[in-house]
Design a binder for this molecule. Structure first.
Ligand code: PLP
Length: 594
């Protein structure tokens, strides 16, 4: 275990708090209890003295500090009123706090004016706003939009929608060997038809700073508008929009310790002034009439239709104050140490003397976002197994399907760390991952006991009884997980020809396919398959419940109770990426049609 040596590298402003990871961490109640212990998440026993919640999914959203959580309570308890609309004192107080937060954001990203700070629901809405308002205004048939291939869907789909409406064409920039936007390719794509250039400051999968300074400069040479997706960047280093000189910069509050459902769109005033409103209603109007044209409010209100997320904006102010109280270099220094530590531990991870981790691109990332695959193991299987140890990491395509296609992978695992994570948590994660990989290898080698083969018994209505008996004899998640994996080995794999777009079930993070047949006696038989082992195991369990039954029997079967009795109810939760719920719904949907 290395010690936390990186704390006093920088001279810090005397008004700033010295960043001490263990004290910083105490500010986050979901990560640490008031008494310093960590909360149990899944009720699973600890390994040694390690914590029970290891939250490594900060790229998706960060946990919130006390001051942000408390701000909600205070606002609704003492200050709740709508903003800008009333002459009473409460509204004035809410409006003052609301507009103060706008000023805080302006300072935080060094914008020129509060008029350039638009509240949105998040990065996604910010980019949609630009595409629908500016895009619709300036784009015409044949114009070109350049997108980095590694973009999040939030910075792809709005442009696809607007390209379809206007006849503009999307060009994609590929990546260099290290995973950053390839400036040579970019230069080749750039021409006088290029009207908009969209690029993430950092990809949420690759975690490396794209050469956006150069990209913005080059964009200017052809008069193109630059849209920077800052969703991942703002959480990790200071942003100065004037020094970047980008036209737009969008980010989300929830990825930097602030509330969900709130974001910021920075735009240069000269551009925002000339853009039409994006949505209508509420605060965005000046004058509404049926007799004369409706006129619109000035910036920033022109783009803020309807009652905004007032409590969220005020809580976000607290999040910015909270994070700004520390020296950003100290936090960045600590995060760098965590990144190096985790990256090296993964790099050195061996099972049966073989290295098992393959990073999706070479080289250390610039922020603590590490993506990798594991030889012969489906990312979903590993993420599910880690969850059972209280470790939250992300698996799948990370809303970057074109990038997955480019890398020729169906998905990957992502560790994304924050400044409240610790070296001990990384040790615990590596220990659990090692254990899981050994177990998976063991399961692969285990012989299937023919007597227990559910497939052979599938015609027997008692297939569920066999499964329930097997699970009744099992204690603990480890053994249940092992049993699911063993069941998965019994599933007859679908022929490749049947694994196609028609049989694919949407709603699964991993791929799953289903074929349904009905015989002359109105009895259904289903065959299914998945690329993830855990899903194959869960499919055996689901098919045992539904196969060789009539529609009425299938509808009457209490699947929830069945999963509960097996101790697997969490797999039916809509929040799970497993997609088992989607498969169950697909089967019941098919039988309803008959
Ligand atoms: N862009 C990037 C790079 C992201 O990582 C994300 C979220 O993960 C988004 C955009 C979308 O952010 P939001 O869902 O907050 O709108």
């Amino acid at each position: 275990m290395i010690k936390l040596l990186c704390l006093c590298f920088y001279n810090i402003n005397s008004q700033m708090k010295s960043f001490k990871p263990e004290i910083f961490r105490q500010q986050f109640p979901l990560v640490v209890n008031n008494d310093g212990t960590t909360l149990p998440v899944n009720g699973i026993s600890q390994i040694g003295s390690s914590p029970l919640l290891v939250y490594f999914d900060n790229g998706a959203t960060t946990q919130k500090p006390h001051c942000v959580i408390d701000s909600y309570h205070t606002f609704y308890q003492a200050d709740n009123a709508n903003v800008h609309r009333a002459s009473h004192a409460l509204s004035a107080r809410a409006t003052t706090a609301f507009e103060h937060a706008r000023n805080t954001v302006k300072t935080f990203i060094n914008a020129k004016s509060n008029k350039e700070i638009i509240w949105t629901k998040g990065t996604t809405e910010g980019i949609n706003l630009i595409a629908m308002s500016l895009g619709r205004k300036i784009l015409k048939s044949g114009d070109e939009i350049i997108l980095a291939l590694s973009e999040h869907h939030a910075n792809i789909v709005p442009w696809q929608l607007i390209a379809e409406q206007t006849g503009a064409v999307i060009k994609t920039v590929t990546l260099d060997a290290m995973g950053r936007v390839d400036m040579l390719v970019f230069q080749q794509l750039l021409n006088c038809k290029t009207k908009v250039i969209c690029c993430a400051h950092l990809s949420n999968v690759i975690g490396k700073i794209n050469p956006i300074n150069e990209l913005i400069k080059k964009a200017k040479s052809v008069g193109a508008i630059t849209v920077i997706d800052g969703a991942q960047a703002v959480a990790h280093f200071p942003i100065d929009v004037q020094s970047l000189d980008c036209d737009f910069y969008a980010f989300s509050a929830h990825k930097m310790y602030g509330p969900t459902g709130l974001g910021v769109l920075y735009g240069k005033q000269s551009l925002l002034d000339n853009m039409p409103p994006y949505q209508g209603g509420g605060e965005m109007i000046k004058q509404v009439s049926f007799n004369t044209p409706t006129t619109f409010n000035s910036l920033p209100f022109k783009f803020e239709a309807g009652t905004p997320n007032i409590a969220g904006v005020i809580a976000f102010n607290k999040a910015i104050e909270f994070i700004s109280a520390y020296d950003a270099k100290q936090i960045h220094g600590y995060e760098k140490q965590l990144t190096i530590y985790c990256y090296q531990a993964l790099q050195n991870l061996k099972v049966s003397s073989k290295k098992v981790v393959e990073f999706i691109v070479p080289g250390l990332p610039d922020i603590p976002v590490i993506c990798f695959t594991l030889n012969d193991h489906h990312n979903h299987d590993i993420a599910t197994a880690l969850d059972s140890y209280g470790i939250a990491i992300r698996s799948g395509h990370h809303c970057a399907m074109p990038l997955m296609e480019y890398l020729n992978i169906s998905g990957c695992l992502r560790i994304s760390l924050a400044a409240y994570n610790t070296f001990e948590e990384i040790d615990y994660f590596i220990a659990c991952l090692t254990k899981i990989l050994w177990q998976e290898n063991e399961i692969s080698l285990a012989c299937t006991n023919k007597n227990e083969n559910i497939d052979q018994n599938v015609k027997n209505v008692q297939a569920t009884t066999i499964i329930m008996t097997q699970f009744a004899a099992i204690k603990g998640w480890d053994s249940r997980h092992r049993q699911i994996m063993l069941l998965g080995k019994q599933l007859n794999r679908l022929d490749k020809n049947y694994r196609n777009a028609q049989t694919l079930i949407s709603g699964c993070e991993s791929l799953a396919w289903l074929i349904a047949q009905k015989n002359n006696h109105n009895v259904f038989h289903f065959q299914a398959d998945s690329d993830a082992k855990i899903i194959r195991g869960l499919l055996v369990i689901v098919l045992a419940a539904f196969n060789d039954k009539t529609a009425a029997q299938i509808q009457a079967f209490d699947i929830e109770n069945y999963f509960k009795s097996l101790g697997l109810i969490q797999h039916l939760s809509p929040s799970r990426g497993s997609g088992i719920l989607a498969i169950v719904e697909k089967i019941t949907g098919i039988t309803q049609e008959y």
